[in-house]
Design a protein around this ligand. Sequence first.
Ligand code: LRH
Ligand code: MN
Ligand code: MN
Length: 413
Amino acid sequence: MSSSFHQKSLDLLSEQLGSKGIHINSLISKIATFQIAVPSWALGAGGTRFGRFSIGGEPRNLEEKLEDIGLLAKLTKRTDAVSLHIPWDIPQDVQAIRQKAADLQISFDAMNSNTFQDYGQPLSYKMGSLSNADPAIRKQAVEHNLQVIEIGKSLGSKGLTVWLADGSNFPGQAHIRKALQWTTESLKEIYASLPADWKLLLEYKPYEPNFYHTVIPDWGTSALICRQLGDRAKVLVDLGHHLPNTNIEQIVATLMHQNLLAGFHFNDSKYGDDDLSTGSVKPYQLFLIFCELIGGAEENAQTWESISWMIDASHNTKDPLEDLIQALEAISQAYAKALLVDRKKLALCQNEGDVVGAQEVLQDAFLTDVRTLVCEARIQSGGEADPLAFYRKEKIRAKLIAQRGKGAQASGL
Ligand code: LRH
Ligand code: MN
Ligand code: MN
């Protein structure tokens, strides 16, 4: 889009929104300051259990992962943090990594522990980790989390994200109550070592890799455990970790109401934990989630700053950097649209039982084309007007392949 066309579209949108009493400057600054962390494992081509198709030029180490995020930050101005995963991202030289991140103006978001695989540790997690019937395995899993906290402290992170694969594949395999109790006790030990200015983000997921029962399958179980840990333990909502048709915006509202929302793993889903690009399948759902977030923050249920924002996606067929550019854009758009909701009118409709009116209020915001606004926020922040077009025009993937090699693969999922 030419810059004069962009300016004309912006003027038109400004007039259109101005007639509704909305000033675009405050919208633009809100969109511009909203930053979403990128996980280290989203930078390589993801696989399925049937295969993995390398895209080439993937980051081969933590330094190169930071470089990729630095590039995303420069183009989009929508991300300024990375979420690391241990053991995939153990820094060899902490000072050098800190310096590199600082040079790229990237900070370290929540650290992710991993007790869902075996990677050479003495005892196997095949039958679970924090919930394992064997106390020695539970101890090993607790110690792994403590080590992740230590690494995070050395990097300046302020959070620990725990996702457990623990569960069982067949009825009778596990003692369901004991597994929950052991998990809670293990998490209590981890929480006791959490620095005072850290938070613990407890993720849930209904199934996979276990297909009969999962120890923390839903937000309710996660919330019950968090309540037993303390105020700094909260529930992490990964959009793909729900059974089909779950009302995720209601979960978000309920958690905020209880000051129990830790943050998000953004992605999209058609069937399950598909890890599809955020906003690619259900953009209206994403918008409704942001409506609850904005409403909850405005009505002081929970502060906006207390919520962590991160993408969690992994792709078999897309260039991961292109995908992340798309995801960051989709999240900004959903946020921008939710900011347009006439909340006073909505409250009036709700109080008067005006069902049609309430739907009109939401759809009026959702159907507004906010792309010019998101683009303007990016330009004003010093990013590219069209990051995807720039990435393609500059042949960045080809350059990365030339630099890192065709077979270069990132560690990760
Ligand atoms: C598994 C998963 C989960 C975690 C990530 C590390 O479902 O995708 O969402 O956050 O692995
Ligand atoms: Mn996740
Ligand atoms: Mn997942």
